[in-house]
Unconditional design. Structure first.
Length: 218
């Protein structure tokens, strides 16, 4: 049975890889990519919706079967905590509502290790609140991916992440037991895991950290 997928954040590191996998997946007949500007990708299955994600509530619902959200920025890039929250929470919430209203049964979200709506850390609290917003929509299947440091070619320089990667990659195998979830995660593994998790009905809320992401990606 052919299906339709919707994706937000397809110009980013994980999102661009997820989009490529969805376009290659024969179980999806159509892929709708939502963004503020056109993505430099052309494919017969791809439909690009150039929209302000803050205004999705005023748009007709996106008819789809599965939704994939890889929206995310940094406070430095956004310019303020308020602008960061607008992308990492408000836009995520709007995309979840928009796709759920269009019939989506499955929603996969790229979050962060340590995400917690009750956290004292602004970043982790925002990620946790975004997760809660998605859960409240009532999708049949909700998939929350919580990678640690993402590894891959972003096409943009993030100095803090570059330094963290240089420090963590050589030490990653020392992170064992519960610390395994803090191992750097390949962006491609996250994208593969998102598509795999959404490939068949799996009712409930599912949280994936490093070990789960690697397992699913294989």
């Amino acid at each position: 049975m052919s299906r339709t997928a919707a994706i937000a954040g397809a110009s980013g590191l994980v999102g661009s890889l997820c989009l490529k996998l969805l376009l290659e997946d024969e179980s999806y007949e159509r892929v709708v990519a939502v963004s503020r500007r056109a993505i430099a990708v052309s494919h017969p299955k791809l439909k690009q919706e150039i929209l302000d994600l803050g205004e999705l509530g005023a748009q007709p619902a996106c008819e789809c079967d599965a939704a994939f959200c890889a929206l995310g920025t940094t406070i430095r890039t956004a310019g303020s905590q308020a602008a960061f929250r607008r992308v990492d929470h408000d836009f995520v919430q709007a995309f979840a509502r928009w796709t759920h209203a269009g019939g989506a049964q499955s929603f996969a979200l790229v979050s962060s290790v340590g995400a917690n709506a009750a956290s004292g850390n602004f970043y982790l609290r925002t990620k946790g609140e975004a997760e809660e917003s998605v859960k409240q929509e009532g999708f049949r299947d909700t998939h929350l991916f919580r990678p640690s440091l993402l590894v891959g070619d972003r096409g943009e320089r993030r100095f803090g992440e570059s330094v963290a990667a240089a420090l963590m990659l050589p030490l990653q195998f020392a992170l064992i037991g519960r610390l395994r979830r803090y191992r750097p995660t390949a962006a491609l593994d996250v994208a593969r895991a998102m598509v795999a998790a959404s490939s068949a009905p799996n009712p409930g809320v599912h949280v994936y950290e490093y070990p789960d992401i690697v397992r699913l990606s294989r």
